[in-house]
Design a binder for this molecule. Structure first.
Ligand SMILES: Cc1cc2nc3c(=O)[nH]c(=O)nc-3n(C[C@H](O)[C@H](O)[C@H](O)COP(=O)(O)OP(=O)(O)OC[C@H]3O[C@@H](n4cnc5c(N)ncnc54)[C@H](O)[C@@H]3O)c2cc1C
Length: 465
């Protein structure tokens, strides 16, 4: 039972990886901790439920990682994917801290498993959670409960009482009642605003109505909005986010990993006018898969179709939805409700432009088109073996990058540049400090674990002073 008459040392808002790392870390530092999670217990844990792995630096192979991944290499990868749009000091700090997270997270009850082979190519850089994100979360919750952290579900925080930059209490709704939770310090770990379609529309217009949200419907950005309105400095471009192409038949929220399509490099992608619009063979799939959400978002009605044939159907990870099939390109077009003639022409033009080469999807091979615009620069093979197949795809928003500015203590910075007296942030809500744009697989969990652990420790220290 949570006692709302009591003043806690640390209040953590959120129930995902960042929140639980913060709560455990604060409790281990001797603080009394309350966690408020908006979701019911079954759905606890936000987007973290859907995760599989985390990217951490390490100097040598481990039982679960096939080789070293140095701090410098991690830094170079981050620099490349963000195009330099990262806070160098914070990013380097995060990478250095990530080394220790590999063992720290195990001390909190989480188990790793060796990575699987196949199309992911992450066996050296990323550690995989045994049982996936949900098992990882369950372990963190078990540890938090054992340590005596108070946790309340179905407790959506609606407002924060902040006076002269100082956090005093949080207003929440629970069981139809409006309540106030008081604490000496705050850790905001309530995710991004990806599930708030109205907020997305402020930047994307009506197109956002056609976006699918890959994770939790509870990350609506309420806490982020309140913090920014009450003097916390903003970081990040509100249109920047992690977005991939997912099956257009996926549910509006929480479709998770099984709705993502990894088939793009094996075929062509057309819009609703049956026109190609981007080089499907630009780069190795794990490095470039996250561009396709934005590319589809820019197409008419935010819909596109991955077109391939039966010769490649076993080359990529299967998804929840079967492909749509036709014995001819025209029949496939009809089933997709596309005009058959333009699709036939697009496929014929593509086939005519394909030059012979040696196909190898693990390298930038020499199978390419010539004289086609846009070109397909690698892995181009004719689409000619029926049945012809297609997946309809829409933008699948993973998480947004707009957030609260923080320093190396995970302490929020105020609009006047001063560090906040008692407010800390971790996870998606501050991811924009590290990710100005772009993404490297597994870094979402690194941001949450590293800054969650730091935020909890610093918040506990703050509360004791
Ligand atoms: C399908 C999918 C697969 C992914 N796979 C990976 C992966 O393998 N590796 C990786 O690194 N990243 C992955 N990510 C990204 C990753 O999920 C996030 O970066 C990470 O989980 C963020 O952790 P977090 O704790 O900040 O947010 P979350 O885990 O989303 O937690 C936010 C929490 O805040 C709660 N909340 C929100 N608003 C309120 C409020 N007002 N009051 C109270 N509680 C509130 C939510 O209910 C939720 O519990 C994936 C994301 C998705 C959607």
């Amino acid at each position: 039972m949570v006692d709302f008459n009591r003043k806690y040392d640390v209040l953590v808002i959120g129930g995902g990886n960042a929140a639980l790392c913060a709560a455990i870390s604060a409790r281990r530092a001797g603080a009394c901790v309350l966690v408020l999670e908006a979701a019911p217990k079954f759905y606890r844990g936000g987007n973290t439920r859907h995760t599989r792995n985390m990217r951490c630096a390490h100097d040598a192979a481990t039982d679960f990682l096939t080789g070293p991944y140095t701090e410098q290499e991690f830094w170079e990868d981050l620099l490349r994917v963000t195009g330099g749009e990262t806070d160098q000091e914070l990013a380097r700090f995060m990478i250095a801290e990530s080394k220790d997270i590999l063992s720290w997270i195990v001390e909190q009850g989480v188990c790793w498993q060796p990575s699987l082979g196949g199309t992911l190519n992450l066996g050296r850089t990323n550690s995989f959670f045994l049982g996936g994100g949900r098992a990882m979360l369950n372990a963190l919750y078990r540890t938090a409960e054992k340590l005596g952290v108070d946790i309340l579900y179905e407790a959506e925080v609606r407002d924060l009482d902040i006076a002269d930059g100082m956090f005093l209490s949080a207003e929440l709704k629970h069981n139809g009642k409006h309540l106030a939770a008081h604490a000496a310090t705050l850790v905001a770990a309530a995710g991004g605003f990806e599930a708030n379609i109205e907020w997305l529309k402020e930047y994307w217009g009506e197109a956002a109505d056609n976006f699918l949200i890959r994770g939790t419907p509870y990350n609506r950005g309420l806490i982020l909005k309140v913090l920014l309105a009450k003097g916390v400095q903003q970081i990040g471009d509100p249109t920047q986010c992690h977005a991939v192409a997912i099956d257009a038949r996926a549910p509006k929220f929480d479709g998770g990993i099984i709705t993502r399509h990894d088939s793009v490099v094996f075929g062509i992608v057309v819009n609703k006018h049956a026109q190609r619009f981007y080089d499907e063979g630009e780069d190795i799939w794990p490095k470039r898969y996250a561009i396709w959400g934005r590319l589809v978002a820019a197409q008419p009605d935010q819909i596109a179709y991955v077109i391939f044939d039966s010769s490649v159907v076993t080359s990529f990870m299967p998804t929840l939805f079967p492909p749509i099939a036709g014995d001819t390109v025209a029949e496939l077009a009809s089933k997709l409700e596309l005009d058959p003639a333009p699709l036939e022409k697009t496929v014929a033009d593509f086939n005519a432009a394909v030059r012979p080469g040696t196909f190898d999807h693990t390298i930038l091979d020499d199978c390419r088109t010539e004289g086609l615009s846009p070109p397909k620069t690698h892995w181009a093979r004719k689409i000619e073996r029926p049945p012809y197949l297609a997946y309809p795809v829409r933008p699948g928003i993973t998480f947004t990058y707009l957030g609260t500015r923080v320093n190396k203590e995970a302490r929020m910075l105020m609009q006047d540049g001063r560090p906040s007296a008692n407010k800390f942030a971790a996870g998606e809500i501050m991811a924009g400090n590290v990710l100005g744009k772009g993404y490297a697989g597994g870094i979402g969990m690194t941001i949450g674990s590293v800054f969650g652990r730091v935020a909890g420790r610093e918040a506990a220290k703050n509360a004791k002073n």
